[in-house]
Design a protein around this ligand. Sequence first.
Ligand code: A3P
Length: 284
Amino acid sequence: WETIHRPELFKICNDVISVYFYFNVQNFQARPDDILIATYPKAGTTWVSQILDLLYFGQTERQKTIPIFERVPFLEILVLTFYTVKLLPTTPRLIKTHFPIQFVPKSFWEQNCKIVYVARNAKDNMVSFFHFDRMNIAHPEPGDWSNYIHRFMEGKMVFGSWYDHVNGWWKKKQTYSNIHYMFYEDMIEDTEREIDKLCSFLSLSNSAEEKKMIAGGVQFDKMKKDEMTNYSTFSILDFKISPFMRKGKVGDWKNHFTVAQNEVFDEDYKEKMKDPTLQFRTEI
Ligand code: A3P
C-alpha cells in the first residue's frame, strides 16, 4: 500500500470535482425495473442496499456468499471497462450511485426507474466521510479535521458539495415522482417504519413478519459483524485506520466539532440551506 499514491481531486465540469471520470456514464442503459439507490457518500448506502436486497430476494445464499458491493454494484464503477464487477443477472437490478443529480444517466429518467435517495445530516455525514477518507486509499488524504470542515463547506469533496447534492435531489423529487427521499436519522429512529414506507413506494408486499425480521437483521451490530456487509473483503480500505462500519449513530459529530467550529459551520449552513421544506435532524 505504501507504493500506491492517493489521487488528487480535479475539476470535471463547472463546480463539480471528483477523483472519478464520469465521461462514458451517459451510455449506461437503464431498464424500467432497475432500482437506483442514490446517496451522498456515507449517508447510509450500505444499510439501505442490504434492506432492499433482503426485501427483493429474501434471505438466501445470496447474502451469505456475495459481498454487498457486488449484490448492489456502484454505477460509477460499472461503466469503467477495466473493473470486473458486473451487474448480477437478477430482476430487478439493484444499482447504487453517489452522483449528484445532473450526472445520473438519462436512461434512468427515460425509463421512469424507481430511485431511493438517502440523506444524512451534514455534520454526521462529514464525520463519517472524514474517517472514510482516512481509511480509503483511493481517495485524497483528508488532512486534519479543522481543514476538512472547510473543504466540506467549500464542496471540495469526492462527489462534490453535500449541500448541492441533497438540495439537487430534493428539488428533482418535486417533478419526478419516482424518487423516495429518506433520512438516515429516521432509519435509526425506527427502522421498521422506514422499511414499511420503502415497501409502499416500491409496491412490495412482504409480510409484516418478514419486515420485522429484516429490520432486526440489519441493525448496526449485525451488519458490522457480517463479512458480506462490513466491507472487510474490499481491498482498498485500511481497517487498521478505521472500520467501515464505524459507529452507526446520530450525533457523533459532537465528539468532533469544537464549539467554535460548530458556530462557523452553522452560520455557513444557514446561508447554503435556504429551502425551508428540507430539514435535517442532527440529534434524535
Ligand atoms: P459512521 O461512519 O457514522 O459509523 P455508506 O454505506 O453510505 O458508506 O455509509 C456508511 C455509514 O453508515 C457509516 O457511518 C456506517 O457505520 C453507517 N451504517 C452502515 N450500516 C448501518 C446500520 N445497519 N445501522 C446504522 N448505521 C449504519
